[in-house]
Write a new protein. Structure first.
Length: 463
Protein backbone atom coordinates (compact mmCIF):
# COMPACT_ATOMS: atom_id res chain seq x y z
CA UNK A 1 0.00 0.00 0.00
CA UNK A 2 1.44 3.46 -0.86
CA UNK A 3 2.60 5.57 2.02
CA UNK A 4 0.08 8.48 1.51
CA UNK A 5 -2.83 6.06 2.05
CA UNK A 6 -1.29 4.69 5.26
CA UNK A 7 -0.75 8.22 6.55
CA UNK A 8 -4.38 9.15 5.83
CA UNK A 9 -5.74 6.07 7.57
CA UNK A 10 -3.62 6.78 10.67
CA UNK A 11 -4.83 10.38 10.78
CA UNK A 12 -8.46 9.30 10.48
CA UNK A 13 -8.11 6.73 13.33
CA UNK A 14 -6.34 9.28 15.56
CA UNK A 15 -9.02 11.90 14.94
CA UNK A 16 -11.78 9.39 15.70
CA UNK A 17 -10.07 8.31 18.94
CA UNK A 18 -9.65 11.90 20.09
CA UNK A 19 -13.32 12.55 19.37
CA UNK A 20 -14.40 9.54 21.43
CA UNK A 21 -12.22 10.58 24.35
CA UNK A 22 -13.66 14.12 24.26
CA UNK A 23 -17.24 12.78 24.24
CA UNK A 24 -16.43 10.47 27.19
CA UNK A 25 -15.01 13.42 29.15
CA UNK A 26 -18.12 15.51 28.51
CA UNK A 27 -20.39 12.63 29.59
CA UNK A 28 -18.50 12.01 32.82
CA UNK A 29 -18.52 15.70 33.70
CA UNK A 30 -22.26 15.99 33.11
CA UNK A 31 -23.03 12.94 35.33
CA UNK A 32 -22.01 14.69 38.58
CA UNK A 33 -24.96 15.10 41.01
CA UNK A 34 -26.42 18.56 40.89
CA UNK A 35 -26.82 20.37 44.18
CA UNK A 36 -30.19 21.99 44.59
CA UNK A 37 -29.79 25.30 46.34
CA UNK A 38 -32.51 26.09 48.82
CA UNK A 39 -34.14 22.65 48.54
CA UNK A 40 -36.34 21.64 51.49
CA UNK A 41 -35.07 18.08 51.58
CA UNK A 42 -31.39 19.17 51.77
CA UNK A 43 -30.05 16.68 49.25
CA UNK A 44 -26.53 17.81 50.09
CA UNK A 45 -26.65 16.15 53.50
CA UNK A 46 -27.81 12.68 52.43
CA UNK A 47 -25.58 9.61 52.45
CA UNK A 48 -22.80 8.31 54.71
CA UNK A 49 -20.89 11.53 55.21
CA UNK A 50 -18.69 12.58 58.07
CA UNK A 51 -20.46 15.64 59.41
CA UNK A 52 -17.70 16.62 61.81
CA UNK A 53 -16.53 20.19 61.13
CA UNK A 54 -13.15 20.26 59.40
CA UNK A 55 -13.44 16.73 57.98
CA UNK A 56 -12.04 16.17 54.48
CA UNK A 57 -15.20 14.26 53.50
CA UNK A 58 -17.54 17.06 54.53
CA UNK A 59 -19.68 18.40 51.70
CA UNK A 60 -20.21 22.10 51.24
CA UNK A 61 -23.62 23.35 52.24
CA UNK A 62 -25.65 25.31 49.71
CA UNK A 63 -25.51 29.05 49.97
CA UNK A 64 -29.28 29.50 49.65
CA UNK A 65 -31.24 31.47 52.20
CA UNK A 66 -32.19 29.40 55.28
CA UNK A 67 -29.85 26.51 54.48
CA UNK A 68 -28.40 25.00 57.71
CA UNK A 69 -24.67 24.87 58.21
CA UNK A 70 -22.86 21.60 58.92
CA UNK A 71 -21.41 22.99 62.16
CA UNK A 72 -24.92 23.74 63.44
CA UNK A 73 -26.20 20.25 62.55
CA UNK A 74 -23.27 18.52 64.24
CA UNK A 75 -23.82 20.57 67.39
CA UNK A 76 -27.44 19.39 67.63
CA UNK A 77 -26.39 15.76 68.09
CA UNK A 78 -24.05 13.95 70.44
CA UNK A 79 -22.51 10.51 70.27
CA UNK A 80 -23.74 8.18 73.02
CA UNK A 81 -22.78 4.66 74.05
CA UNK A 82 -24.78 2.21 76.19
CA UNK A 83 -22.24 0.38 78.30
CA UNK A 84 -21.63 -3.34 78.20
CA UNK A 85 -23.28 -5.12 81.13
CA UNK A 86 -26.33 -2.86 81.24
CA UNK A 87 -29.44 -4.64 82.48
CA UNK A 88 -32.63 -4.64 80.42
CA UNK A 89 -35.81 -4.97 82.44
CA UNK A 90 -38.46 -6.30 80.05
CA UNK A 91 -42.14 -7.10 80.39
CA UNK A 92 -43.04 -9.80 77.81
CA UNK A 93 -46.04 -8.91 75.67
CA UNK A 94 -47.40 -12.41 76.24
CA UNK A 95 -47.04 -14.91 79.07
CA UNK A 96 -43.87 -16.95 78.60
CA UNK A 97 -43.15 -20.55 79.56
CA UNK A 98 -39.44 -21.21 79.10
CA UNK A 99 -39.96 -24.97 78.88
CA UNK A 100 -42.04 -24.53 75.72
CA UNK A 101 -39.53 -22.39 73.85
CA UNK A 102 -37.52 -24.06 71.11
CA UNK A 103 -34.97 -23.14 68.47
CA UNK A 104 -36.38 -20.41 66.22
CA UNK A 105 -39.05 -19.25 68.68
CA UNK A 106 -39.53 -15.49 68.71
CA UNK A 107 -41.24 -13.16 71.13
CA UNK A 108 -41.18 -9.50 72.04
CA UNK A 109 -41.28 -7.36 75.15
CA UNK A 110 -41.45 -3.78 76.36
CA UNK A 111 -38.73 -2.00 78.30
CA UNK A 112 -39.81 -1.06 81.81
CA UNK A 113 -36.76 1.10 82.44
CA UNK A 114 -34.68 3.32 80.15
CA UNK A 115 -31.19 2.47 79.00
CA UNK A 116 -28.65 5.14 79.83
CA UNK A 117 -25.44 6.35 78.27
CA UNK A 118 -23.65 8.06 81.14
CA UNK A 119 -26.06 10.85 82.16
CA UNK A 120 -28.39 10.60 79.16
CA UNK A 121 -31.48 8.52 78.49
CA UNK A 122 -30.51 6.67 75.32
CA UNK A 123 -33.42 4.20 74.94
CA UNK A 124 -36.67 5.37 76.59
CA UNK A 125 -39.29 3.40 78.48
CA UNK A 126 -41.81 1.76 76.18
CA UNK A 127 -39.27 0.76 73.54
CA UNK A 128 -39.75 -2.75 72.22
CA UNK A 129 -37.27 -5.58 71.98
CA UNK A 130 -37.67 -8.50 69.58
CA UNK A 131 -35.89 -11.74 70.46
CA UNK A 132 -35.21 -14.95 68.54
CA UNK A 133 -34.25 -18.07 70.53
CA UNK A 134 -31.24 -20.14 69.56
CA UNK A 135 -31.56 -22.86 72.22
CA UNK A 136 -33.09 -23.57 75.64
CA UNK A 137 -31.33 -25.72 78.23
CA UNK A 138 -32.61 -27.00 81.54
CA UNK A 139 -30.13 -26.47 84.34
CA UNK A 140 -29.20 -29.67 86.14
CA UNK A 141 -29.37 -29.90 89.91
CA UNK A 142 -27.10 -32.01 92.04
CA UNK A 143 -29.80 -32.82 94.60
CA UNK A 144 -30.20 -36.49 95.45
CA UNK A 145 -33.41 -38.09 94.14
CA UNK A 146 -34.23 -39.84 97.44
CA UNK A 147 -33.63 -36.64 99.37
CA UNK A 148 -35.82 -34.77 96.92
CA UNK A 149 -38.69 -37.24 97.49
CA UNK A 150 -38.34 -37.05 101.28
CA UNK A 151 -38.23 -33.28 101.14
CA UNK A 152 -41.37 -33.28 99.04
CA UNK A 153 -43.17 -35.54 101.54
CA UNK A 154 -41.93 -33.47 104.46
CA UNK A 155 -43.12 -30.19 102.95
CA UNK A 156 -45.68 -30.80 100.19
CA UNK A 157 -46.33 -27.10 99.58
CA UNK A 158 -42.72 -26.19 98.86
CA UNK A 159 -42.26 -26.14 95.09
CA UNK A 160 -38.93 -25.34 93.47
CA UNK A 161 -39.50 -24.74 89.75
CA UNK A 162 -37.02 -25.96 87.19
CA UNK A 163 -34.39 -23.44 86.11
CA UNK A 164 -33.73 -22.81 82.41
CA UNK A 165 -30.98 -21.09 80.48
CA UNK A 166 -31.83 -19.40 77.17
CA UNK A 167 -29.42 -18.46 74.39
CA UNK A 168 -30.68 -15.86 71.91
CA UNK A 169 -29.90 -15.91 68.22
CA UNK A 170 -30.68 -12.23 67.68
CA UNK A 171 -32.12 -9.22 69.50
CA UNK A 172 -33.35 -5.93 68.05
CA UNK A 173 -34.38 -2.82 69.98
CA UNK A 174 -37.19 -0.84 68.34
CA UNK A 175 -37.36 2.79 69.50
CA UNK A 176 -40.64 4.73 69.68
CA UNK A 177 -39.73 6.49 66.40
CA UNK A 178 -39.36 3.04 64.73
CA UNK A 179 -35.58 3.19 64.57
CA UNK A 180 -33.95 -0.21 65.16
CA UNK A 181 -30.79 -1.01 67.08
CA UNK A 182 -29.26 -4.51 66.85
CA UNK A 183 -28.10 -5.78 70.23
CA UNK A 184 -26.32 -8.76 71.72
CA UNK A 185 -27.99 -9.88 74.96
CA UNK A 186 -27.80 -12.83 77.32
CA UNK A 187 -30.48 -14.33 79.52
CA UNK A 188 -30.41 -13.29 83.15
CA UNK A 189 -33.59 -14.40 84.88
CA UNK A 190 -37.36 -14.54 84.56
CA UNK A 191 -39.72 -14.32 87.52
CA UNK A 192 -43.07 -13.02 88.73
CA UNK A 193 -42.26 -9.92 90.72
CA UNK A 194 -43.55 -8.94 94.13
CA UNK A 195 -42.59 -5.83 96.06
CA UNK A 196 -42.25 -5.30 99.81
CA UNK A 197 -41.98 -1.79 101.20
CA UNK A 198 -40.70 -0.78 104.61
CA UNK A 199 -43.36 -0.19 107.21
CA UNK A 200 -43.92 3.46 107.91
CA UNK A 201 -42.46 4.89 111.08
CA UNK A 202 -44.67 6.40 113.79
CA UNK A 203 -46.12 9.79 113.03
CA UNK A 204 -44.00 11.53 115.68
CA UNK A 205 -40.68 10.28 114.29
CA UNK A 206 -41.78 11.00 110.74
CA UNK A 207 -42.72 14.57 111.60
CA UNK A 208 -39.43 15.07 113.44
CA UNK A 209 -37.41 13.83 110.47
CA UNK A 210 -39.36 16.02 108.07
CA UNK A 211 -38.89 19.00 110.37
CA UNK A 212 -35.15 18.42 110.45
CA UNK A 213 -35.03 18.32 106.67
CA UNK A 214 -36.96 21.56 106.44
CA UNK A 215 -34.60 23.23 108.91
CA UNK A 216 -31.59 22.04 106.94
CA UNK A 217 -33.19 23.20 103.71
CA UNK A 218 -32.57 19.92 101.90
CA UNK A 219 -34.64 17.51 99.89
CA UNK A 220 -35.11 13.94 100.88
CA UNK A 221 -34.66 12.50 97.40
CA UNK A 222 -32.61 13.76 94.48
CA UNK A 223 -32.27 11.61 91.39
CA UNK A 224 -31.06 12.51 87.96
CA UNK A 225 -33.87 10.74 86.15
CA UNK A 226 -37.11 9.35 87.51
CA UNK A 227 -38.63 6.89 85.09
CA UNK A 228 -42.32 5.98 85.01
CA UNK A 229 -41.37 2.47 86.07
CA UNK A 230 -40.28 3.77 89.47
CA UNK A 231 -43.51 5.71 89.99
CA UNK A 232 -45.96 2.88 89.56
CA UNK A 233 -44.19 0.02 91.28
CA UNK A 234 -47.16 -0.79 93.45
CA UNK A 235 -49.24 -1.47 90.35
CA UNK A 236 -46.54 -3.76 88.94
CA UNK A 237 -46.75 -6.51 91.55
CA UNK A 238 -47.13 -10.10 90.35
CA UNK A 239 -46.19 -9.34 86.75
CA UNK A 240 -43.77 -11.39 84.70
CA UNK A 241 -40.32 -9.80 84.45
CA UNK A 242 -37.51 -10.80 82.10
CA UNK A 243 -33.97 -9.64 82.93
CA UNK A 244 -31.48 -9.44 80.05
CA UNK A 245 -27.83 -8.41 80.10
CA UNK A 246 -26.19 -6.41 77.32
CA UNK A 247 -23.10 -8.27 76.10
CA UNK A 248 -21.72 -5.60 73.75
CA UNK A 249 -21.97 -1.80 73.91
CA UNK A 250 -24.41 0.02 71.61
CA UNK A 251 -23.28 3.26 69.91
CA UNK A 252 -25.86 5.74 68.67
CA UNK A 253 -26.44 9.46 68.09
CA UNK A 254 -28.89 11.41 70.20
CA UNK A 255 -30.18 15.00 70.15
CA UNK A 256 -28.12 17.12 72.47
CA UNK A 257 -29.89 17.84 75.75
CA UNK A 258 -29.14 20.32 78.46
CA UNK A 259 -27.85 18.14 81.31
CA UNK A 260 -26.02 19.07 84.52
CA UNK A 261 -22.25 18.72 84.07
CA UNK A 262 -20.44 15.84 85.69
CA UNK A 263 -17.74 17.07 88.05
CA UNK A 264 -15.02 15.38 90.06
CA UNK A 265 -16.09 17.14 93.23
CA UNK A 266 -16.85 14.90 96.17
CA UNK A 267 -20.21 16.17 97.42
CA UNK A 268 -22.00 15.68 100.71
CA UNK A 269 -25.48 16.78 101.70
CA UNK A 270 -27.50 16.83 104.89
CA UNK A 271 -30.52 15.05 103.41
CA UNK A 272 -30.88 11.50 102.11
CA UNK A 273 -30.65 10.40 98.51
CA UNK A 274 -32.41 7.43 96.95
CA UNK A 275 -31.10 4.95 94.42
CA UNK A 276 -32.42 1.84 92.72
CA UNK A 277 -29.96 -1.03 92.47
CA UNK A 278 -30.05 -4.58 91.11
CA UNK A 279 -28.53 -7.33 93.25
CA UNK A 280 -25.57 -9.17 91.72
CA UNK A 281 -24.89 -11.54 94.65
CA UNK A 282 -27.42 -14.06 95.91
CA UNK A 283 -28.32 -13.61 99.59
CA UNK A 284 -30.23 -15.79 102.05
CA UNK A 285 -30.69 -16.00 105.79
CA UNK A 286 -29.68 -19.68 105.86
CA UNK A 287 -26.56 -19.58 103.65
CA UNK A 288 -25.12 -16.07 104.07
CA UNK A 289 -22.82 -15.29 106.99
CA UNK A 290 -22.41 -12.13 109.00
CA UNK A 291 -19.70 -9.95 107.48
CA UNK A 292 -20.10 -11.33 103.94
CA UNK A 293 -19.70 -8.68 101.23
CA UNK A 294 -22.16 -8.42 98.37
CA UNK A 295 -22.63 -6.16 95.36
CA UNK A 296 -25.44 -4.48 93.46
CA UNK A 297 -25.50 -2.47 90.25
CA UNK A 298 -26.95 1.03 89.99
CA UNK A 299 -29.65 0.98 87.30
CA UNK A 300 -30.44 4.72 87.18
CA UNK A 301 -27.84 7.53 87.26
CA UNK A 302 -27.68 9.88 90.22
CA UNK A 303 -26.58 13.46 90.72
CA UNK A 304 -25.12 13.93 94.20
CA UNK A 305 -24.42 17.56 94.94
CA UNK A 306 -22.99 18.17 91.47
CA UNK A 307 -21.24 14.79 91.23
CA UNK A 308 -22.47 12.39 88.57
CA UNK A 309 -22.81 8.76 89.63
CA UNK A 310 -23.46 6.99 86.30
CA UNK A 311 -25.55 3.92 85.68
CA UNK A 312 -23.45 0.81 86.20
CA UNK A 313 -21.73 2.03 89.37
CA UNK A 314 -21.41 -0.63 92.06
CA UNK A 315 -23.02 -0.49 95.49
CA UNK A 316 -21.06 -2.65 97.95
CA UNK A 317 -22.49 -3.77 101.28
CA UNK A 318 -22.20 -6.35 104.01
CA UNK A 319 -24.50 -8.71 105.87
CA UNK A 320 -24.77 -7.20 109.35
CA UNK A 321 -27.15 -9.65 111.01
CA UNK A 322 -28.89 -12.83 110.01
CA UNK A 323 -30.92 -15.52 111.71
CA UNK A 324 -31.62 -18.80 109.88
CA UNK A 325 -35.13 -20.28 109.94
CA UNK A 326 -35.86 -21.88 113.32
CA UNK A 327 -38.25 -24.47 114.67
CA UNK A 328 -41.82 -23.75 115.65
CA UNK A 329 -42.25 -22.13 112.24
CA UNK A 330 -40.15 -19.12 113.17
CA UNK A 331 -38.95 -17.46 109.94
CA UNK A 332 -35.43 -16.34 109.20
CA UNK A 333 -34.27 -12.72 109.30
CA UNK A 334 -31.65 -10.84 107.29
CA UNK A 335 -30.26 -7.33 107.74
CA UNK A 336 -27.95 -5.91 105.08
CA UNK A 337 -26.37 -2.49 104.71
CA UNK A 338 -24.75 -0.76 101.75
CA UNK A 339 -21.52 0.94 102.83
CA UNK A 340 -19.97 2.47 99.72
CA UNK A 341 -20.51 3.40 96.07
CA UNK A 342 -17.79 2.45 93.59
CA UNK A 343 -18.14 4.51 90.36
CA UNK A 344 -16.29 3.45 87.18
CA UNK A 345 -13.82 6.30 87.68
CA UNK A 346 -12.79 8.18 90.77
CA UNK A 347 -12.71 7.32 94.45
CA UNK A 348 -15.43 5.28 96.19
CA UNK A 349 -18.03 7.18 98.20
CA UNK A 350 -18.71 6.10 101.77
CA UNK A 351 -22.43 6.05 102.57
CA UNK A 352 -24.80 5.21 105.39
CA UNK A 353 -27.88 3.50 103.98
CA UNK A 354 -31.17 1.82 104.74
CA UNK A 355 -33.45 -0.26 102.52
CA UNK A 356 -36.77 1.34 101.55
CA UNK A 357 -38.21 -1.44 99.39
CA UNK A 358 -37.24 -4.73 97.81
CA UNK A 359 -38.65 -6.35 94.67
CA UNK A 360 -38.04 -10.06 94.20
CA UNK A 361 -39.70 -13.31 93.21
CA UNK A 362 -43.31 -13.71 94.34
CA UNK A 363 -42.49 -17.10 95.90
CA UNK A 364 -40.12 -15.46 98.39
CA UNK A 365 -42.27 -12.48 99.45
CA UNK A 366 -40.12 -11.28 102.37
CA UNK A 367 -41.40 -8.66 104.78
CA UNK A 368 -39.53 -5.41 105.42
CA UNK A 369 -39.87 -3.49 108.67
CA UNK A 370 -39.15 0.19 109.31
CA UNK A 371 -35.55 -0.56 110.34
CA UNK A 372 -34.74 -2.35 107.08
CA UNK A 373 -34.86 -5.89 108.52
CA UNK A 374 -36.00 -8.55 106.06
CA UNK A 375 -38.14 -11.35 107.52
CA UNK A 376 -39.49 -14.53 106.01
CA UNK A 377 -43.18 -14.58 105.27
CA UNK A 378 -45.67 -16.26 107.59
CA UNK A 379 -46.67 -19.84 106.68
CA UNK A 380 -50.35 -19.06 106.18
CA UNK A 381 -53.49 -21.08 106.88
CA UNK A 382 -52.86 -23.63 104.12
CA UNK A 383 -49.34 -24.41 105.33
CA UNK A 384 -50.57 -24.69 108.93
CA UNK A 385 -53.30 -27.12 107.86
CA UNK A 386 -50.78 -29.20 105.92
CA UNK A 387 -48.48 -29.33 108.95
CA UNK A 388 -51.31 -30.53 111.17
CA UNK A 389 -52.37 -33.13 108.61
CA UNK A 390 -48.84 -34.49 108.08
CA UNK A 391 -48.25 -34.64 111.83
CA UNK A 392 -51.55 -36.46 112.43
CA UNK A 393 -50.95 -39.01 109.66
CA UNK A 394 -47.40 -39.64 110.88
CA UNK A 395 -48.64 -40.14 114.45
CA UNK A 396 -51.43 -42.44 113.30
CA UNK A 397 -48.99 -44.53 111.28
CA UNK A 398 -46.63 -44.89 114.23
CA UNK A 399 -49.59 -45.73 116.50
CA UNK A 400 -50.82 -48.57 114.27
CA UNK A 401 -47.37 -50.03 113.58
CA UNK A 402 -46.34 -49.92 117.21
CA UNK A 403 -49.60 -51.47 118.40
CA UNK A 404 -49.31 -54.40 116.03
CA UNK A 405 -45.63 -54.83 116.89
CA UNK A 406 -46.35 -54.94 120.59
CA UNK A 407 -49.09 -57.54 120.07
CA UNK A 408 -46.77 -59.72 118.04
CA UNK A 409 -43.79 -59.39 120.41
CA UNK A 410 -45.58 -59.75 123.75
CA UNK A 411 -48.21 -62.45 123.72
CA UNK A 412 -49.39 -61.82 127.24
CA UNK A 413 -50.17 -58.15 126.86
CA UNK A 414 -53.76 -57.07 126.40
CA UNK A 415 -55.15 -55.31 123.37
CA UNK A 416 -56.08 -52.22 125.40
CA UNK A 417 -52.57 -51.86 126.81
CA UNK A 418 -50.97 -52.23 123.37
CA UNK A 419 -53.38 -49.66 121.93
CA UNK A 420 -52.63 -47.20 124.75
CA UNK A 421 -48.87 -47.54 124.33
CA UNK A 422 -49.16 -47.09 120.55
CA UNK A 423 -51.46 -44.10 120.97
CA UNK A 424 -49.03 -42.35 123.32
CA UNK A 425 -46.11 -42.89 120.97
CA UNK A 426 -48.18 -41.79 117.99
CA UNK A 427 -49.24 -38.54 119.67
CA UNK A 428 -45.66 -37.84 120.73
CA UNK A 429 -44.38 -38.48 117.21
CA UNK A 430 -46.96 -36.20 115.60
CA UNK A 431 -46.32 -33.45 118.14
CA UNK A 432 -42.57 -33.63 117.63
CA UNK A 433 -42.95 -33.47 113.85
CA UNK A 434 -45.19 -30.42 114.20
CA UNK A 435 -42.79 -28.63 116.58
CA UNK A 436 -39.60 -29.23 114.58
CA UNK A 437 -41.01 -27.63 111.43
CA UNK A 438 -38.86 -24.64 110.47
CA UNK A 439 -40.07 -21.28 109.25
CA UNK A 440 -39.57 -19.72 105.83
CA UNK A 441 -36.18 -18.52 104.69
CA UNK A 442 -35.28 -15.03 103.42
CA UNK A 443 -33.93 -15.71 99.94
CA UNK A 444 -32.93 -12.92 97.55
CA UNK A 445 -32.03 -14.20 94.11
CA UNK A 446 -29.75 -12.47 91.66
CA UNK A 447 -31.27 -9.37 89.97
CA UNK A 448 -33.62 -8.69 92.86
CA UNK A 449 -34.01 -4.93 93.17
CA UNK A 450 -33.52 -2.64 96.16
CA UNK A 451 -34.60 0.94 96.64
CA UNK A 452 -31.96 2.37 98.95
CA UNK A 453 -32.04 5.58 100.97
CA UNK A 454 -28.51 6.73 101.75
CA UNK A 455 -26.51 9.64 103.06
CA UNK A 456 -22.93 10.30 101.87
CA UNK A 457 -20.31 10.61 104.57
CA UNK A 458 -17.89 13.51 104.98
CA UNK A 459 -14.79 11.70 103.73
CA UNK A 460 -14.41 9.47 100.66
CA UNK A 461 -13.02 5.98 101.06
CA UNK A 462 -9.38 5.58 100.01
CA UNK A 463 -7.96 2.40 98.63
Amino acid sequence: MPRPYVRNIVCIVAAFSLGCLFQLYLFSAGAQPAQIAGSDNHAWSLGCVDETPGSSNQRAAPSGVGAPRMEEISKDFVDCSIAQGSLLRVAPTQSLNLSRLHTGSSFSGVLLRPLYGQDREAVPVGSRIQLVVEKVEREKRTENAARKVLSRLWNPLSTKPAAYSVVFRSAVLVLPDERTLPASVSFGRMFNSSQARARSKPASSASESSGEQLQNGTKGTQTLAESPSTKGKAAGNHRQILILKLENPIDLRLPREVMPPATDKQGTVAGNFRARVSLLTQLSASLSREGDWFRARLVEPLQIDGTLVPEGSLFEGRVNRRTPPRRLRRPGTLFVNFERIVPPTGLPIVISSSIVSVETDRRARPKLDSEGMLRGRAPGVAAFAVDVGVSYLSGKLVDDLLEEGIKAAAAGISTESAASIGRYFGVATGLCLFLVRRGNDVSLEQYSEFEVSFKPQAQPLTR
